[in-house]
Design a protein around this ligand. Structure first.
Ligand code: ATR
Length: 269
C-alpha cells in the first residue's frame, strides 16, 4: 500500500489525514495517509528517513514550508515563486516540490462562483500564507492585485517579484482602494488580534474571503459583515481544495471536494 503523510510542528490539529482518507475512499486508491510530528531542528533528517522507508509523498505545513523549498531538486513554477513548498513528491531518487495553496484558493473561489479574471483584488498580509497564493491568483488574470500589509516593506518585496502585476500598500491606504474581492491572509485573527483596516473598503457586493476558518464566523469576516459586506467565505474549502490538488499530483485522479467540505463543516458545528 502506498504511504503518504503530513508533517508539521504542531501537527495534532491537522485535518489532512481525514481529508485524504475520504479522497482515497471515494477514488478507490490503495493508500494510507498519516500525520507526523517532526522536530523543528531536523526537517531534512526526518524527510530523508521517510524517503528511505518508502513514503511516496509528503504534505508540509508550518513551520517547514520554506525548508521544504530548500530541500527540493525540482520545483513547480508556483512553488518557485512562492519560495515555499507544501507538497513533496519522491520519484526516481529526486525530490519534486509544489505549492497547491494558490490553486486551492482559486478553486474554492470558483466553487463559490467567484472568478478572479478582470477583478480588483486586495490581499491582506505579506507572510507565507500570502506569498503562497499570489502566482496562482495572477494566472487567473485579475485586473489588479494589491497586497496590503502592516509592514509595507514585506508587501513591497512580494510585489517586486511580479513587476507591473502586483502593487503594495499599507493597511491604512486601503481607504482609497476600490476592491471587488478582499482576501485575508494575515494571522491577526488566529492570534486573537484585531486587524486595523478601514471599514469603507467593504461594500454590499464586496466578496470577503478569510483563509482561516472556525466554528464561528472569523473575526475578519465578522468585521466585514458589520461593515456591510454580504458575501462572506471562510477558508475551510481552500483547505480541502489544496489537499485535492496534492492528491491529484500524487495519484493522477481528481477527488470530488463538495462532500468532504460539508462533512468537515458538520464535524465543526
Ligand atoms: P503566515 O505564514 O501565516 O503568513 P507570517 O509569515 O508570520 O504567518 O505572517 C503573518 C502576517 O499577518 C503578516 O503579514 C503580518 O503582518 P506584519 O508583516 O506587519 O507582521 C500579519 N499580521 C499578523 N498580526 C497582525 C495584526 N494584528 N495586524 C495586522 N497584520 C497582522
Amino acid at each position: 500500500m502506498d504511504k503518504y503523510l503530513v508533517v508539521g510542528n504542531p501537527i495534532a490539529q491537522s485535518k489532512s489525514p481525514v481529508i485524504h482518507g475520504l479522497f482515497a475512499q471515494e477514488t478507490q486508491q490503495n493508500m494510507m495517509y498519516s500525520k507526523e510530528l517532526i522536530a523543528v531542528d531536523d526537517f531534512k533528517g526526518a524527510i530523508e528517513n521517510f524517503i528511505s522507508s518508502g513514503v511516496k509523498g509528503i504534505n508540509v505545513t508550518a513551520p517547514f514550508k520554506e525548508q521544504a523549498f530548500e530541500l527540493c531538486d525540482e520545483l513547480s513554477e508556483f512553488a518557485a515563486k512562492a519560495g515555499a513548498v507544501n507538497t513533496l513528491i519522491f520519484k526516481d531518487g529526486a525530490i519534486y516540490g509544489d505549492n497547491t495553496d494558490g490553486v486551492g484558493l482559486v478553486n474554492d473561489l470558483i466553487n463559490h462562483n467567484v472568478e478572479l479574471s478582470g477583478k480588483s483584488i486586495v490581499l491582506l498580509g505579506a507572510g507565507g500564507a500570502s506569498k503562497g497564493v499570489v502566482s496562482a491568483m495572477l494566472a487567473e488574470q485579475p485586473a489588479k492585485l494589491t497586497i496590503a500589509n502592516r509592514s509595507v516593506e514585506k508587501a513591497q518585496s512580494i510585489a517586486e517579484l511580479y513587476p507591473d502585476q502586483v502593487s503594495a500598500c499599507r493597511l491604512e491606504e486601503l481607504a482609497d482602494i476600490q476592491a471587488d474581492i478582499v482576501i485575508n491572509a494575515t494571522s491577526a485573527g488566529l492570534n486573537g488580534q484585531s486587524l486595523n483596516i478601514p471599514s469603507n473598503i467593504f461594500h454590499e457586493q464586496t466578496i470577503c474571503y478569510d483563509m482561516t476558518y472556525g466554528k464561528a464566523l472569523t473575526p475578519f469576516l465578522t468585521f466585514a459583515k458589520n461593515s456591510g459586506s454580504k458575501q462572506l467565505i471562510d477558508g475551510l474549502g481552500m483547505l480541502v481544495e489544496q489537499a485535492a490538488q496534492s492528491f491529484y499530483i500524487w495519484r493522477g485522479v481528481k477527488p470530488s471536494t463538495d462532500g468532504v467540505i460539508s462533512q468537515l463543516r458538520e464535524q465543526m458545528s
